[in-house]
Design a protein around this ligand. Structure first.
Ligand SMILES: Cc1cc2nc3c(=O)[nH]c(=O)nc-3n(C[C@H](O)[C@H](O)[C@H](O)COP(=O)(O)OP(=O)(O)OC[C@H]3O[C@@H](n4cnc5c(N)ncnc54)[C@H](O)[C@@H]3O)c2cc1C
Ligand code: SF4
Length: 378
C-alpha cells in the first residue's frame, strides 16, 4: 500500500493556491498572527531570473516564437513563466461544439503573473442582476458592503485611474494615470464627438513609488512580469509579505488532490501529490482556504467526497461546478490612417491593451490606457 507522509504540525490555516485569492489570504492571515501553510501546484518564482521584461527578441532562439512559431500560441516565450492554454499532464475536455479554452498558470502567484492588470470594480447594478435584467440572482450583499474592501485593496496594491462618476464603472482610490498616447487621444476625440464616455483605464500599475515598490518606467511589457514590481502580482506584492512574518510555509510543486474530512465532519487535512517525488503527502490545519482558481477550486471540492459528503465538500446546494465564470478574453484591431505618415517619436506611455466585459449589463470597453465606459444592454 502507498505510504502517505503527514506533516507533524497542525497549522492554523492551509491555503490551496497562491494566486490573487490565496496570496491575499496568506498576507492578511499571517499578519493577523496565524500560522499558514500554502500548497502551490507550480514551482517557486524568482522575478529577476524568470521574468523576460527587458529581453530582446534576438536574445532568444527563434526570436521567442519557438520552433515553427509554436510558442506564439501561448503569447510567445516572453510571457511570464508557466501560464498556458494547455498544461502538460493536465488535460481537460469541453462540451461538444464548445470553443472554451482554459488559460491556467502553474507558478507561485498564479495568473496574477499574467493578468492584464485591468482593475475595475463591480458596479452597484452588478449585484442586482435579477432586479435589473431578470437574469441570474441578486447578490445577498450590495456594492456598498464591498466598497470599503475595494478601497483597502486599491490603496495597498496601487491602481491608477481618474474619478469620473460613471455609474457602471465606480470610482476608487486612484494614483494619477499616465498621459494618453496619440492613438488614445484620437479615440477620445472621436468618442467625445459621438457622446460616448471615454476615460483613462484603471490598471494595477503604480505611477508613483508605493510601499517600497518603484513607479512604472513604462517599458510596456507587463505581460512578461515586472521585475520592479511596479504592477500587481501576488508573487511580488502579497507572498513576500506573508513570508516576512515568519508564520508562513510555502510548499511548491504540491498538487492538492482532496480535502479530507475527519470523524467530526470537519475538514482536517489536505492530501496532495508532491510532484517532484510523485508521492502522496498530507498537511493538517484547523481551517482551509480554497484559492486554486474558479474551475480548479470546484474540481477539488467535487473530488473531496466522503461518506459524510458524497457529493463533495461545501456542495449541499448541488451547484458546485455549475454556473462557473472564469475570465474571458477578446481582442480587436484597427488602423489609424492619421498616424501612417507620422514620424516615430520617443513615447512615454504604458502598453496595456485588451478589453473586459465586467458583466453584460455594465460593459466597459478598454482601449489601452483609456476606457470607454458606457452602460450597454446585450
Ligand atoms: C492572460 C490573462 C489576463 C487577465 N487579465 C485580467 C485583467 O486585466 N483584469 C482582471 O480583473 N482579471 C484578469 N485576468 C483574470 C485574473 O488573473 C484571475 O481572475 C485571478 O488571477 C484569479 O485568481 P485566483 O486566486 O482565483 O486564481 P489564480 O490566480 O489562477 O491562482 C490559482 C493558483 O492555484 C494553483 N493551483 C491550482 N490547482 C491547484 C491544486 N490542486 N493544488 C495546489 N495548487 C493549485 C495554480 O497553480 C495557481 O498558482 C486575466 C487572466 C489571464 C490568464
Ligand atoms: S510597463 Fe511599468 S508596470 Fe509594466 S512591466 Fe514595464 S515598468 Fe512594469
Amino acid at each position: 500500500m502507498a505510504q502517505v507522509t503527514r506533516s507533524p504540525k497542525v497549522y492554523d490555516v492551509c491555503i490551496i493556491g497562491s494566486g490573487a485569492s490565496g496570496g491575499t489570504a496568506a498576507k492578511i492571515l499571517t499578519e493577523g498572527g496565524l500560522s499558514v501553510v500554502m500548497l502551490e501546484a507550480g514551482p517557486p518564482l524568482n522575478p529577476e531570473k524568470d521574468f523576460k521584461e527587458h529581453v530582446w527578441p534576438y536574445q532568444l532562439p527563434h526570436r521567442g516564437v519557438g520552433v515553427g512559431g509554436k510558442a506564439a500560441e501561448n503569447f510567445g516565450e516572453f510571457l511570464a513563466p508557466n501560464g498556458a492554454w494547455e498544461i502538460e499532464g493536465e488535460p481537460y475536455t469541453v462540451a461538444n461544439g464548445s470553443r472554451f479554452r482554459w488559460f491556467r498558470s502553474r507558478i507561485v502567484g498564479g495568473r496574477t503573473n499574467h493578468w492584464g492588470r485591468i482593475a475595475l470594480r463591480f458596479a452597484p447594478v452588478d449585484f442586482k442582476s435579477r432586479s435589473t435584467d431578470g437574469m441570474g440572482d441578486d447578490w445577498p450583499i450590495t456594492y456598498e458592503d464591498v466598497a470599503p474592501y475595494y478601497d483597502k485593496v486599491e490603496s495597498y496594491i496601487g491602481v491608477f485611474g481618474t474619478k469620473e462618476n460613471v455609474s457602471s464603472a465606480p470610482d476608487g482610490v486612484f494614483m494619477p494615470p499616465p498621459k494618453p498616447r496619440c492613438t488614445e487621444t484620437i479615440i477620445k476625440k472621436a468618442c467625445d464627438k459621438i457622446g460616448v464616455i471615454c476615460i483613462p483605464s484603471r490598471l494595477a500599475v503604480i505611477t508613483q513609488a508605493h510601499n517600497g515598490r518603484a513607479a512604472c518606467h513604462y517599458c510596456g511589457q507587463c505581460g512578461r512580469g515586472c521585475i520592479s514590481a511596479s504592477n500587481f502580482s501576488s508573487s511580488q506584492v502579497m507572498i513576500p509579505y506573508a513570508e516576512k512574518t515568519g508564520r508562513f510555509t510555502l510548499i511548491t510543486g504540491a498538487m492538492a488532490r482532496e480535502i479530507v474530512v475527519g470523524k467530526t465532519g470537519r475538514a482536517e487535512s489536505v492530501s496532495y501529490i508532491d510532484k517532484a517525488t510523485r508521492t502522496e503527502k498530507k498537511v493538517y490545519a484547523k481551517a482551509f482556504v480554497v484559492g486554486a482558481s474558479a474551475c480548479e477550486s470546484a474540481r477539488l471540492l467535487l473530488n473531496s467526497k466522503s461518506s459524510q459528503f458524497p457529493d463533495g465538500l461545501a456542495n449541499s446546494s448541488g451547484v458546485i461546478g455549475k454556473y462557473l465564470t472564469d475570465s474571458v478574453g477578446s481582442s480587436g484591431g484597427g488602423i489609424f490612417p492619421q498616424l501612417i505618415t507620422m514620424a516615430s517619436v520617443a513615447c512615454t506611455c504604458t502598453c496595456h491593451g485588451g478589453s473586459l466585459i465586467a458583466r453584460m449589463s455594465s460593459c466597459v470597453a478598454i482601449t489601452s490606457n483609456l476606457a470607454v465606459a458606457e452602460p450597454c444592454r446585450v
